[in-house]
Every structure is written in structure tokens, then in C-alpha cells.
Ligand binder design. Structure first.
Ligand SMILES: Cc1ncc(COP(=O)(O)O)c(C=O)c1O
Length: 393
């Protein structure tokens, strides 16, 4: 049986040109970018080359970029870096975030509360958008940071980041956005967005896992999170992963072209399911969204059962985010949109990527139709069975 991948928001395969760049850099440049000899200089040239390419892609100065180990570390560096500095210098720190952020942000905020900071978690509307007026009302004199993602990993909603950042700035706070699901897939201009900090990740856009970057606008100061050598201008200690940085920059530079066709495929998928399957609803914002994501609630069917049933037919999709699937709790994102627990539990995320084709999408539609028919038939007669048993029934 053939297998097809529709879970690119969890991770996306490394693009061929990125893999080639990664392997070549690793094979040809063995040095440490901090060494002063010939080998070190060659490594340093690669690292700074990667920084220039990435800076060009997101329209910033290369000195405004710090390479990290991925989206989670970038989020942590932004949030702890700003809030701990405020706590250390002023004895107070208030952070504003939204209810539908990735755990890399929400759990960092929970830890901040243990360290003495205060955190306000804003609600979202039924499409997953944060209202700038809610940010304005939550701002306080001690608010040091507003952190709201650019696009959500489960539903694909794109937030009005430029307006949110302007609101934060007017209130005297810095603004951070987690752009792990957007940079490298759609054009993103850090300056036009007006953000102070922006997290970037490699593995959602054809780059390798374990590499990312944090954009830190010139003039913004933060405390480091890792302590060690004087790497990355004292902002992130640790020997630089310059092959990873080169691969990240290459993935992001060519990303939007590779991902452009996913919007058409996503629309084809949604149309196919909408016309063939009764009792469904689309979750998220119908217009303000990234091109590749469809999140659909299938009335009366468990999302996990759908995932298993589709997997048995050769299609990899997801219910909830990768980090939370396997857990029985419905997604915090879908609950925050106002879905009840049953509707949230019945939702499936389809996330497309560069490798998907119209034929694969048509096959997926057939598999969805067959899975829904199967699960709606067996679930009434197999009450109290697990979703795994239902999918296999
Ligand atoms: C929106 C968002 N932020 C952060 C992360 C974490 O990124 P990484 O896996 O690179 O640590 C992810 C990926 O799961 C994500 O989707």
C-alpha cells in the first residue's frame, strides 16, 4: 500500500535542495566558526552567509538574527529573555499572550508565573483571531511583552500581527510573534509587521529539525537563556550549527515558491469533503489563514478514530497538534474557539505541503468518504469501544 503525507504542520520533509546544501556544508566545512584558523574562517563564512540569506528573506539586518535549536528555543529565548530582564531590573513583569498559542509559548508563560511574573491570557474570536482592542485593554504600565503567534498550527488562522504589534508599541510594551508556521511558507517581512521579536523554525518549511532563529530588532535587549561561550554576540551560547543555519536559510529563501500551490490543493480538498460528507464544519478563519491547512469537525466521529482509519488507508493526518495527539483531552485551540468538547474531539487537521498533488488529494477525499461511512456505521453498534477498536472494526 502506498502512503501519503498530509501532516506538514507537525513537520515537513526536508526539501531536496536543502538536503544537498546541508550535506555539502557538513562534508566540505568541518571547522568550528569560533576558531581563528583557516577551517574556522571557512565555517564562519558559511554561518554569516546563512545569516545574510535569512535576513534578506525576512527583510531585516543580519545582526538582528540569532540562530537557535528551533521554534521552541526561539520562543523561550524571546519570552524568558525579555521577562526575566524586567523582573531582574524592575522587580515586576507582566506578559500578555493568547489562549491558542503553541505549548512552547503557553508553557513558557506558566513557568514565568512560577518565577514571579504575571501573565494575561487573551481569548480569541470564533475564527481564532485576537482583537487588538483586547490587547489594548490588557496593557499595564508593567507589561514588558505581548506574545501572539503569526499563524496557528492547528487551524491555520493568521493573526492581525501588524495591528497587534502597533497596539503593544503604543502601550509601551515589546511585541513577539511565533512565526514558525509562516516563515518559509508565505512571504514574511519583519519590518512591515513591526514586531520586536519573531521566532522562526526550520522543520515546518522544508528545513531540518533542530534548527531555528530568533529575530531581535536592533535596540531590543534581552537576558540570555543559555550560558557558555560568547557565541551569537552573547545572546545564545553554544557552538553554532552552521550547516543547519545554511539549510534553514536555503529552505526559507525558496519556501514560498514551493508552498504556493498548497492553497489550491487545500481548497480542492475542502470542496471535495464539503460536497460529499454531510455533518461537517470547517474550523478556523475562512480568509485569514495560511495556504496549506484545513481543520474539519466530523459530527459524531472521534478525531482519533478518523486519524487511525485514514492511516489504515494510507493517509497521514492529525487530530489536534502533534504534541497533544495521543492525549485524550480535546485541543485547547478548538475549545478556545468556542467548540464544545465533542465537536473539538471530532476534529481532524489536514496540512498539505510541497510534495502533495491533486491526485493524492482526490485519493484522500475518497478515503475520508469511506472512513466517515465506516465510522458512522460502526459507532452506534459499538458503543463504549475505544477509537482504535472502532477504526479497526
Ligand atoms: C506555532 C509553533 N510554534 C513552535 C513550535 C515548536 O517548534 P520546534 O518543533 O522547532 O521546537 C511549533 C512546532 O511544533 C509550532 O507549530
Amino acid at each position: 500500500m502506498s502512503h501519503y503525507y498530509f501532516d506538514h504542520n507537525a513537520t515537513s520533509p526536508v526539501a531536496p535542495e536543502v538536503l544537498q546544501c546541508l550535506l555539502e556544508t557538513m562534508a566540505e566545512v568541518p571547522g568550528n566558526a569560533s576558531s581563528i584558523h583557516y577551517y574556522g574562517q571557512a565555517a564562519k563564512r558559511k554561518l554569516e552567509g546563512a545569516r545574510r540569506i535569512l535576513a534578506e528573506s525576512i527583510h531585516c539586518d543580519p545582526r538582528e538574527l540569532v540562530f537557535t535549536s528551533g521554534g521552541t528555543e526561539s520562543d523561550n529565548l524571546a519570552i524568558f529573555g525579555i521577562a526575566r530582564k524586567a523582573l531582574r531590573e524592575k522587580g515586576r513583569a507582566h506578559v500578555i499572550t493568547s489562549a491558542i498559542e503553541h505549548p512552547a509559548v503557553l508553557n513558557a508563560c506558566t513557568q514565568l508565573e512560577r518565577e514571579g511574573a504575571q501573565v494575561t491570557v487573551l481569548p480569541v474570536d470564533r475564527n481564532g483571531r485576537v482583537e487588538p482592542v483586547d490587547v489594548r485593554n490588557a496593557l499595564r504600565p508593567d507589561t514588558c511583552l505581548v506574545t501572539i503567534h503569526h499563524a496557528n498550527n492547528e487551524i491555520g488562522t493568521v493573526e492581525p500581527v501588524a495591528k497587534l504589534a502597533k497596539t503593544a508599541r503604543e502601550g509601551g510594551a515589546l511585541f513577539h510573534t511565533d512565526a514558525v508556521q509562516t516563515v518559509g511558507r508565505i512571504p514574511v517581512d519583519a519590518k512591515a509587521l513591526g514586531v520586536d521579536l519573531m521566532s522562526i523554525g526550520g522543520h515546518k518549511c522544508g528545513g531540518p529539525k533542530g534548527v531555528g532563529a530568533l529575530y531581535i530588532r536592533k535596540g531590543v535587549e534581552l537576558d540570555p537563556v543559555l550560558f557558555g561561550g560568547h557565541h551569537e554576540r552573547d545572546r545564545r551560547a553554544g557552538t553554532e550549527n552552521f550547516p543547519g543555519a545554511m539549510a534553514l536559510a536555503t529552505a526559507i529563501a525558496g519556501g514560498p515558491d514551493r508552498w504556493q500551490h498548497t492553497a489550491e490543493l487545500r481548497d480542492r480538498l475542502e470542496r471535495g469533503i464539503l460536497t460529499r460528507v454531510p455533518g461537517i464544519r470547517l474550523n478556523g478563519d475562512p480568509t485569514n489563514r495560511i495556504p496549506n491547512t484545513a481543520n474539519i469537525a466530523f459530527e459524531g466521529i472521534g478525531g482519533e478514530a478518523m486519524v487511525i482509519s485514514l492511516d489504515l488507508r494510507g493517509y497521514a493526518v492529525s487530530s489536534g497538534s502533534a504534541c497533544s495527539s495521543g492525549a485524550v483531552e480535546p485541543s485547547h485551540v478548538l475549545l478556545a474557539l468556542g467548540l464544545d468538547r465533542d465537536a473539538a474531539r471530532s476534529s481532524v487537521r489536514f496540512s498539505l505541503g510541497p510534495g502533495n498533488t491533486a491526485e493524492q488529494v482526490d485519493g484522500l477525499i475518497e478515503a475520508v468518504v469511506a472512513s466517515v461511512a465506516h465510522l458512522r456505521r460502526v459507532s452506534p453498534i459499538m458503543e463504549n469501544r475505544t477509537e482504535l477498536e472502532l477504526a479497526h472494526a
